[in-house]
Design a protein around this ligand. Structure first.
Ligand code: CA
Length: 411
């Protein structure tokens, strides 16, 4: 979280405001056309740089740290290697002498196959938007306290299913399960209330030993970067199964992540103070005197090409650093590839809600798209795309990798 610096000039002919310009340089895993081997790539503009291919010729010392079919080795290597790798790539893209070699390892984005960028170790999902939590309280527990009694004291979360985290672009099969009808009958079948949750995910690089909590100030020693997350949710399955142990099959059928991981180093200009907390959190969560760990990300949710919500991430009550401190405070260890997600991002305005249970107020207020389609929850064939922007140095804006998914009928 150093001071924002001016981005160097690249020899690539990119518009100054390109969301994947030299100030961004997110990482992913890809296979070039005609080659099944997946390798680490860096996105620049609308191209993908084969990182190992370029490093073999330009900086062989990096090769052992970035070879393999995804980001796992780079994630484990830690902040010094992350910074050195990023500096090397930025150098290659600005140094005219490196240009012929780099160009030989650039592939058109549209021509490559994008894969899951890292092996997901453990997956944790939080519930850290106060606006989302209050909306759900109003919808599900009308007339009662909007927030559960613990909510303002700790980042509520649960452990999810790492093995069903899928990369953006993967179709999502409508899940089937038990639900209870309005008449009280228990039936089995495809969910009738399939929803999204627009979230931001944090990708852990450096592990921690069992028994050693990770304090607030160590966030950047462990977390490599962020991605976008769609935590698909079957509200009817969830609503019947979740008491007393929380989300289970209503969530675990699929969680989509963006193909690109934006390193924290690209977010120097995006840190903001989170909203004031009342009551003051316990010391292990108290960030009042720390550098700000909120992020000024502006999310956008599109359904079938139409914008339906613009959730503001800067308003999240609990930050990623607090979530990490909380999920390890009992001594639980971190593993390389751990993914923890923010929880649905919702702002105070109706157009800022990151789920359809909120946008349609549990189905009571259907939304009409500009082309006349009406929705409460998702129908087969619907496609949801979540994007986000973040401030970059010099007033520029970067765009996080999108997370896209289309609903296909239940088996
Ligand atoms: Ca969620």
């Amino acid at each position: 979280m150093t001071a924002a610096r001016s981005a160097p000039h690249t020899w690539l002919h990119l518009p100054a405001n390109h969301p994947f310009g030299i100030a961004h340089l997110p990482y992913g895993a890809f296979a070039p056309p005609g080659d099944p081997r997946t390798r680490v790539g860096v996105r620049i503009g609308d191209a993908v740089l084969d990182l190992v291919g370029a490093a073999v010729q330009l900086d062989p010392r990096l090769v052992p740290l970035i070879e393999g079919d995804n980001l796992d080795r780079l994630l484990a290597a830690g902040p010094e290697t992350w910074a050195a790798t990023r500096a090397a790539v930025a150098g290659w893209l600005t140094d005219g002498e490196a240009r012929p070699i780099v160009e030989a390892h650039l592939f058109e984005l549209a021509a490559v196959r994008l894969e899951l960028p890292f092996t997901v170790a453990d997956y944790v999902d939080f519930y850290s938007s106060e606006h989302h939590a209050r909306n759900l309280g109003r919808i599900l527990r009308p007339g009662q306290e909007e927030l559960p009694p613990n909510w303002l004291h700790l980042p509520v979360g649960y452990h999810g299913r790492a093995g069903t985290v899928v990369v953006s672009g993967t179709d999502v099969t409508r899940p089937s399960g038990q639900r209870r009808t309005a008449d009280g009958e228990v039936v089995f079948g495809p969910t009738t209330r399939l929803d999204i949750e627009a979230e931001v995910g944090y990708v852990v690089g450096v592990p921690s030993p069992l028994g050693s909590p990770v304090p607030l100030g160590a966030f950047a020693d462990h977390v490599f970067g962020i991605c976008l997350v769609n935590d698909w949710s079957a509200r009817d399955i969830q609503g019947w199964e979740y008491q007393p142990l929380g989300p289970f099959l209503g969530k675990s059928f699929a969680t989509s992540v963006s193909a690109w991981v934006t390193p924290l180093a690209a977010l120097d200009a995006a840190w903001v103070a989170p909203p004031p907390r009342d009551p003051r959190p316990l010391p292990y969560l108290d960030d009042a005197d720390a550098a700000p760990t909120g992020l000024d990300l502006r999310l956008k949710v599109r359904l079938n090409g139409h914008s339906v919500a613009r959730p503001p991430f800067a308003q999240m009550y609990w930050t990623g650093a607090q979530q990490l401190a909380h999920l390890t405070v009992n001594g639980a260890s971190l593993r390389t590839g751990d993914l923890f997600a923010s929880g649905t991002v919702s702002g105070p305005e109706p157009g800022e809600r990151g789920s359809f249970i909120e946008l349609s107020w549990n189905g009571a207020e259907p939304i009409t798209l500009p082309d006349g389609q009406v929705r409460t929850f998702l129908e087969d064939g619907d496609e949801v795309v979540i994007t986000a922007t973040a401030p970059a140095p010099d007033g520029a804006v970067i765009g996080l990798g999108e997370v896209r998914g289309r609903i296909v009928p239940a088996h």
